[in-house]
Ligand binder design. Structure first.
Ligand SMILES: [Fe+2]
Length: 275
């Protein structure tokens, strides 16, 4: 059997590596939305369909916060290590994105906003904000799939720009999916600044456009980087699927606990999912 990584890039991205290769780089990355669109994963639908008594469990909400925040933390921290963006003009554009995450008014950050959003719906926090530091320090708190994503993010973001582009392209989809799923139970959740400001200012759409644009600039000067850039992007989105898979496991386990405690009387194993 042939592994993806052994398949030449020109075969995995048909039409992407001709003479106009760099021009079609954005569509190659946006193509991940077909195969790896986060909202297609069962986690979001299963979470939305939970009975309120399960969905509002502070322990479940704390677990979801820990996994999601860890994955987001990994990407926010790794952006500081992006390569090839060293000219003054590119540093300025990178800085704008860093400010969107870590330079909000009055010392706020997306990290703090996200934690407040979960605390406001009753999540029992497992890790304090400042305990999200070096990825290796999160080891003892994470499952294998999330840990793989966290470790890969640090490694791949520091090596090429593809993983960053891919994550920025996918991010608005998973943010909407998460906001909608939790808002079924807590309608105000989608109005939390973490979501409201991102959606109203189209922050993630801008990040997607910017990451693709600056990466194209880099690739035009260094076309030899293209293959590695696309390969790393694919590794990143495949690892991201593992995060949603683990979150779905957390939701299914919460259902099982509730059923065993007699708090849930479903005839099926967990709430049905319409695919
Ligand atoms: Fe972003």
């Amino acid at each position: 059997m042939t592994s993806r990584s052994s398949v030449p890039s020109k075969d995995r991205y048909p039409g992407a590596l001709g003479s106009d290769t760099i021009d079609v780089f954005p569509s190659a990355i946006r193509g991940f939305l077909k195969e790896h669109r986060p909202s297609r994963m069962p986690f979001f639908r299963r979470l939305a369909k939970l009975p309120f008594s399960v969905a509002s469990d502070p322990t479940l909400l704390g677990q979801i916060h820990l996994i999601y925040q860890s994955a987001m933390h990994a990407t926010r921290a790794a952006v500081y290590y992006l390569p090839h963006l060293d000219s003054p003009a590119l540093r300025k554009r990178k800085l704008r994105i860093l400010i969107d995450d870590d330079g909000l008014p009055e010392g706020d950050t997306h990290h703090y906003q996200l934690t407040r959003a979960f605390l406001n719906i009753g999540a029992k926090s497992i890790l304090a904000d400042e305990e999200f530091g070096d990825p290796e320090e999160l080891c003892g708190h994470l499952d294998a799939e999330t840990l793989r994503f966290v470790r890969l993010t640090r490694e791949l973001y520091g090596r090429s720009l593809g993983p960053w582009c891919a994550i920025e392209v996918l991010s608005v989809d998973w943010m909407r999916a998460l906001a909608e799923a939790i808002s079924v139970h807590f309608p105000e959740f989608t109005n939390e600044p973490y979501f409201r400001e991102c959606f109203s200012q189209r922050v993630e759409e801008r990040h997607a456009d910017e990451s693709l644009a600056v990466t194209q600039i880099v690739l035009k000067g260094r076309p030899d980087l293209l293959s590695e850039t696309l390969r790393d992007a694919r590794m990143m989105v495949e690892a991201l699927d593992g995060v949603w898979a683990h979150l779905d496991r957390i939701v299914r386990n919460a259902c099982r606990r509730a059923r065993n405690n007699g708090a849930l009387r479903y005839p099926e194993k967990s709430p049905p999912i319409n695919r």
